[in-house]
Structures are given as structure tokens and as C-alpha cells.
Ligand binder design. Sequence first.
Ligand code: GAR
Length: 205
Amino acid sequence: PARLVVLVSGSGSNLQALLDAIAADPEGYGARVVAVGADRGGIAGLERAERAGIPTFVCRVKDHPTREAWDRALTEATAAHEPDLVVSAGFMKIVGKEFLARYGGRIVNTHPALLPSFPGAHGVRDALAYGVKVTGCTVHFVDDGVDTGPIIAQGVVEVVEEDTEEGEAALHERIKEVERELLVDVVGRLARNGYRIEGRKVRIP
Ligand code: GAR
């Protein structure tokens, strides 16, 4: 199976979805999580990894003199686990040059909006504020921009009247339900079938 390093910053429900899919069919899924990395300690995402017996590492920006040094440390910590694919699942940092040089074309990110609309850290809030009637999630490869890399798959979620009153949390929850399923499907297919990135097109045989 393909070796996955999953990067998280928060609750790790997308990580959990991957772990559950792998546990349900360890041979058939085609990938396994060899390590989970985070940019902060004390988050549920790390606890989920520990509960599953998966090695973790934490790489905090503030523990490094420069952003470049942090990026190098993240690259090294990731490389120690020899991943075939890196999955950014709610990882709220932009990786740097060194990480991209090493893992470019092998980093999958999930974003809670229909890119190229509403990139960045507040995809759900920005879409809601704009007044869109449909939004969703995007699984894409990471390039050197912010949420600009080749799109692999997207899922659609309707915005309902209550979202405008209740705010982003309820909408984000509905997006995450679609997102978890999409991410599990995409990562499994990439791992099992291999893929080619041709410009902005991702071909999974
Ligand atoms: C997910 O909705 C993911 O798309 C989003 O954070 C959430 C993480 O949830 N990522 C971003 O907004 C990245 N800009 P999780 O920790 O429960 O998997």
C-alpha cells in the first residue's frame, strides 16, 4: 500500500475518515497512514493518530528562527516517514519551497469551498458572506500558490436559508460530511491506480 503522511491542524475528522476507511479494508484501500504531522500540539487530530497507534510529529513555526527553517524541519520530519503521498487535511499552514521541491505533485489538499472561489483560511465564511447559493469542497494538488493547484475532485453543498442566520459552523459541518467521503475516495483512487498531472489536468487511470 501507498504510504501516507497526513498533516493536520485541528479536529482531524478528515484524518479519521481515512483511518476508518483503511481499517475497514486494510488490503483493498491501497494506502496506509504511516505518520501524522501537525503545526501545533494538543489538538484532537493528534489524539486520533495516537489512538490508532500512528507515529506523530509536531513542527511549530515559532520553534524556528525563520519560516524557511520551519519548512525545512517540516520537510525532514515528513521525509523520515518516506511517504508516497502527503495529505493536507485541515493543515492551516502554507508549505514552503523546500517542501514543494521534495513533494510537489504528491501533496493532496482538501479545501472547504469550490475553488477557484474562496481560497485561503476562511473558505466557508467567505462563501457565505458573498451570498453564494451553492458551495462545497475541493480536493486538489498543492502548488506554490494558495489553493491554486490542479483540481482532482469537487463536491457540491447547497447553502440554505438557516446558514445565513446560524453562520459558518452549520454550513461547514455539512461541507465536511461531503468532504470526508470525497477525500477518502480520491486518496484511495490515487493510491490504487496511480495518476498523471498534465498541466491543470489530473488523470487517474
Ligand atoms: C476541513 O473542512 C478542511 O477543508 C479545512 O479545515 C477543515 C478541517 O477539518 N481546511 C482549510 O480550511 C484549509 N484552508 P478536520 O480537522 O476535522 O479534518
